[in-house]
Design a protein around this ligand. Structure first.
Ligand SMILES: [Zn+2]
Length: 267
């Protein structure tokens, strides 16, 4: 079978995930016989069980947490438990940011960590491998908490996966040379919180900034995913068309359960 990317869930951000406007189970890469799950968010285990044929967690070789936010990491503990049969089979590799693994902000329970064969800290602009799946990290994203996107150097070309971030020059430059880009487009437009409202201004891609990323990187095609409520309200297809018109790059709106081959994206 050809190498694929399966969008288990395409929802992102608080309102979208809280109301399950789209599923939020993350993204599964299958390269040769290696399966790697990026960002097992809420409902990941349901998504794995709910496809035909079911995906056996014991067939998953590794997981990646791009950052610790709950829509990216909620199911990581049960996933590790399931991958390792509650620790009875030591196996699997977890790649995660240091703040996801240790200290007050840790999201990976200390008792499941020894179940894994290997735990690897993600660093900026570094190369990693688990079995047949190789990837590099981007520059550190502009997002609350340590966050990295991926660049996958496949035999057909380079696939970039731009997770949550504001589009800064340093972040965008680290994806240069990518032949296809998947992008988390959480917002339709940037939000400025009114005075007195608690919290920081969200640092996410918008229609405008996603188009700016594509204009700079110039991949052959792009996929948008991880939609927040404003994008879902507008319609991800319409948002994809808008970004394509602005950038001149073909854009696909991911759907829950959608499987794309590396060939379709990179050739
Ligand atoms: Zn986030």
């Amino acid at each position: 079978m050809s190498d694929t990317i399966r969008f288990l869930g395409t929802g992102g951000g608080r309102v979208s995930v809280a109301n399950q406007l789209r599923r939020s189970g993350g993204t599964l890469f299958e390269v040769k016989d290696t399966k790697v799950l990026l960002d097992p968010g809420p409902g990941c285990m349901v998504c794995l069980a709910d496809v035909e044929p079911k995906i056996d967690p014991q067939s998953i070789n590794g997981a990646i947490l791009s950052h610790c936010h709950i829509d990216h990491s909620n199911d990581v503990n049960i996933l590790i438990d399931a991958m390792t049969v509650g620790g009875r089979r030591t196996r699997g590799t977890l790649f995660a940011t240091a703040d996801s693994l240790r200290g007050d902000g840790s999201v990976v329970l200390s008792y499941v960590q020894p179940f894994l064969s290997d735990i690897v800290d993600l660093e900026p602009l570094s190369s990693y491998q688990v079995d047949d799946f190789k990837f590099q990290t981007s520059a550190r994203h502009s997002h609350p908490h340590e966050t990295y996107g991926l660049i996958i150097p496949h035999e057909l070309g380079r696939l970039g996966y731009v997770v949550d971030t504001k589009a800064t020059d340093e972040v965008i430059d680290s994806y240069s040379g990518c032949d296809a880009l998947v992008m988390n487009v959480v917002l339709s437009e940037s939000i400025v919180l009114p005075p007195g409202v608690r919290g920081a201004t969200p640092r996410h891609l918008t229609i405008e900034s996603a188009a700016a990323v594509l204009e700079k990187v110039r991949p052959r095609r792009a996929v948008i995913t991880h939609f927040g409520a404003t994008v879902i309200e507008m319609g991800p297809e319409r948002v994809a068309r808008d970004i394509a018109t602005r950038s001149g790059i073909p854009v696909i709106a991911a759907e829950d359960g959608m499987i794309l081959s590396f060939g379709e994206l990179l050739e």
